[in-house]
Design a protein around this ligand. Structure first.
Ligand code: FES
Length: 104
């Protein structure tokens, strides 16, 4: 069960256990003031936007072109932007740190 470190929009860090086999968006959606994930993980809303800690960016599988297109259109886009619904949780991602991006 990966342990995630999640910084919320108030800058507070949370340790969250999440099952491997799911996607990162799911535990973030369950948080108070977490992501809204309106499309339910279909890569079509970008309301699950997060910033991946720089130490983890290269450890994640690269985004597909549809994810890249979505995040590049966001006002709050940064080089480490990802859509959390496109990040599949594995044991290897234990310790992954992300920050929830501002709502748009
Ligand atoms: S939940 Fe809609 S794009 Fe991720």
């Amino acid at each position: 069960m990966p342990l995630l470190k999640v910084v919320d929009r108030d800058g507070k860090e949370h340790d969250i256990n999440a099952p491997a086999g799911g996607v990162l968006m799911e535990p973030l959606r369950d948080m108070d003031d977490g992501v809204t994930a309106i499309c339910g993980g279909m890569c079509s809303c970008a309301t699950c936007h997060v910033y991946v800690d720089p130490a983890w960016v290269d450890k994640l599988p690269k985004p597909m072109s549809d994810e890249l297109d979505m995040v590049r259109d966001l006002t709050a886009h940064q080089p480490n932007s990802r859509l959390s619904c496109q990040i599949h949780l594995t044991e290897a991602l234990s310790g992954l740190k992300v920050t929830i991006a501002p709502e748009e």
